[in-house]
Design a protein around this ligand. Structure first.
Ligand code: GYE
Length: 307
């Protein structure tokens, strides 16, 4: 039936739910896949999406959220670039009675009523998986194992938690030493640049690279090759995300292992938004399930990968 013929009540129900989404940026392959997932899931769910890219800047996210409040969207969702500093703007959303859903990254707020749910990975566990893999790989190693670490964005949940989980595991054996640790901001360019500096300072002393994401590891692989060393052989390389680029690097024998972090959060996010709007009860924490992929199985797994 033509819409005009519907009674007013039914017409009101046809109005699509409007979601304002503030994305971190476009810093990595993971992020591109995440944005894609959110956009396509919104379309699929019939949700009108207002998508805003913050270019890795918290101030841009705060501006975007304020503009969503002014536009009176039904739901605000965002992936907070860093953990702290969100109380004021979240209080504004709450005062406007607009529910907020966190996806991917967590916030550090005392008052958890400022958001309805957090959908995303357990980053501490990802760090532990990376650590456990290394402990197993180096179990027959008698001497020191010198590790350099490429951290994610300073103050971001994945950087804080991936460091924490990894350290928690390796500290059980004093042979593991993190000799350098610096941020590469989750990008290839920065990962390469910082790895060059690590190599200049430590040279052949470096046994292991732990990168908080694949993009930084891929940048670092270039730096390692340019320094005349063999990635995954002279330096054992561990990273996180398990994006296609990491699988390609593993198949080429240049990356040892990648811990999975799924960016495909769109469908869960849209389902949660609909539930919240319908007044249904919703879990405060929705955790993504993930695995780990060593290079030995990369070629077999590659065709099944969706990002
Ligand atoms: O691991 C990294 C991205 O927040 C889980 O952000 C995400 C991280 C992901 O830039 O590649």
């Amino acid at each position: 039936a033509p819409l005009a013929a519907l009674p007013t009540g039914a017409w009101a129900q046809q109005k699509p739910l409007v979601m304002g989404f503030s994305q971190v940026g476009a810093e990595s392959e993971w992020r591109t896949a995440n944005s894609e997932s959110i956009k396509s899931a919104a379309k699929e769910a019939g949700i009108e999406l207002k998508f805003s890219d913050a270019q890795q800047k918290q101030e841009n996210q705060i501006k975007a959220i304020r503009s969503f409040i002014a536009q009176k969207v039904d739901v605000i969702a965002f992936s907070p670039v860093v953990e702290s500093g969100w109380e004021p703007v979240l209080r504004e959303a709450k005062a406007a009675k607009i529910p907020v859903i966190l996806t991917d990254r967590a916030v550090n707020v005392k008052d958890t009523s400022l958001y309805v749910t957090f959908i995303g990975s357990d980053f501490v566990e990802e760090g532990r998986k990376a650590g456990r893999w290394l402990v197993e790989k180096m179990k027959n190693e008698k001497g020191e194992v010198n590790i350099v670490e490429l951290q994610g964005t300073v103050g971001s949940a994945p950087a804080i938690d991936r460091k924490k989980g990894f350290e928690e595991i390796i500290k059980a054996d004093p042979k593991f030493k993190i000799i350098r640790s610096q941020t590469g901001d989750f990008t290839r360019a920065k990962g390469k640049e910082v790895m060059e500096a690590f190599l200049k300072a430590e040279g052949k002393k470096i046994n292991v690279l732990y990168a908080h994401n694949d993009d930084m590891a891929i940048g670092a692989i270039q730096a390692i090759e340019e320094a005349g060393l063999k990635p995954a052989k002279d330096i054992t390389i561990i990273s996180i995300d398990a994006v296609k680029g990491a699988f390609e690097a593993m198949i080429a024998g240049k990356l040892n292992v990648s811990v999975e972090c799924s960016p495909l959060l769109g469908p869960q996010l849209m389902a949660a938004a609909k539930d919240v709007k319908a007044g249904k009860p919703i879990q405060k924490r929705i955790v993504t399930e993930e695995g780990i992929f060593p290079m030995e199985i990369a070629a077999r797994e590659f065709p099944k990968r969706k990002y």
